[in-house]
Design a protein around this ligand. Sequence first.
Ligand code: ARG
Length: 433
Amino acid sequence: MSDKVVLAYSGGLDTSVAIRWLKEKYKLDVIAVTIDVGNEKDFSDIRQKALRVGAVKAVVIDAKKTFVNHFIFPALLADAIYEGQYPLATALSRPLMAKLLVDTALEEQASFVAHGCTGKGNDQVRFEVSINALAPNIKIIAPAREWGMSRQETIRYAKRHNIPIPVTVASPYSIDENLWGKSIECGVLEDPWAEPPEDTYTWTKSTTKTPNEPNYIEIGFAEGIPVSLNGQEVDSVGLLHRLNELAGEHGVGQIDHIENRLVGIKSREIYEAPAATVLLQAHQALETMTLAKDQLRFKQKVAVEYADLIYNGLWFTRFHQDLAAYVRNTQRFVTGTVRVKLFKGNSSVVGRKSPYSLYNLGLATYDKGDKFDQSASVGFIHIWGLSARNQAEAQLLSQNESPPNLSVTKRTKKKKGRLLNESNSRTLSAGGQ
Ligand code: ARG
């Protein structure tokens, strides 16, 4: 009896060719697993295709709910955004897929798991680090990294073996999508100077075609989790579908990013993430109202770490468990409603309220009802400024010394490698003692 391999199957060219290739090269029975994380695809068609191409078994797993509740929402609670731009849609789906591949392999007593990633991207890392963490004994095969075929050769291989070539092969882009967003790469987008052509974006309207009236929406959160839209309770998957439509209609969520891949390459990435953009913004807005300054500042540092660990494939680590526990705990008062305006490619928070709001009108107001004792500020400033005053007395700044160098140097007129106004800038610099 031949051994089995569980293949992450998308229905695309590479993974279809991989079914045949794994049979030929490794003499393995292929079990194709297709995971639905909210991509608009015909999954029964994909399943049939896997069997036609030669898989001994093909399964489709609807993982939308798990994906949203156990992967997307924890990332939302953490406000995880990679390099300040990317809400991590693709990156979040990989550990979930790895888990489902491993589960299937254990069920089917397969010794191997395979994925269709190339050797240049982050996804191979995310799959393999996750698979290793969950089942160290399972062996991994990455056909597209191993076979060394060019795009043309892969197409020829497919033709030779009667593997249907998907229409998407004609697409100039490489696309990955799920409920948290769409990632688009390749083709003209590889030129970082070229504006993405209109056809790059399919979830978000161009602002030349968006409505001329804004749409106001209200998102209700309970302990950080979005639970209602415009006053109505919604299930998590439904909420993301709806927000992708509503915000996409106004052109919200287009992202154009030069990104640092884990493997050292800088790549130009285009994303569409309407729901993610709105939810991350609204969630952060509610946190600014319900978390104290120190909580908020520390959490912002954690958000950077959290985004990096998701991006870098470290979902199934103790480090993640520790950060997730901290993040979860910060959310106990992040309950309330945020009002968002969608208009001409922008989403802006225009209102927020919470039963646990730390915003105190009595302290903030300049009108009547002011409860702030202004006379107490005198003593506060006296103590707060003590150290600066003490230093000024001991090490008095000279009159012509201004602390930071704020001069704008003209870098255009260079002479023998030195700046013409160099002496000028030195007098303004604090370091010139
Ligand atoms: N650069 C993104 C990431 O690493 C997106 C990758 C998209 N993958 C794809 N096959 N188009 O998460």
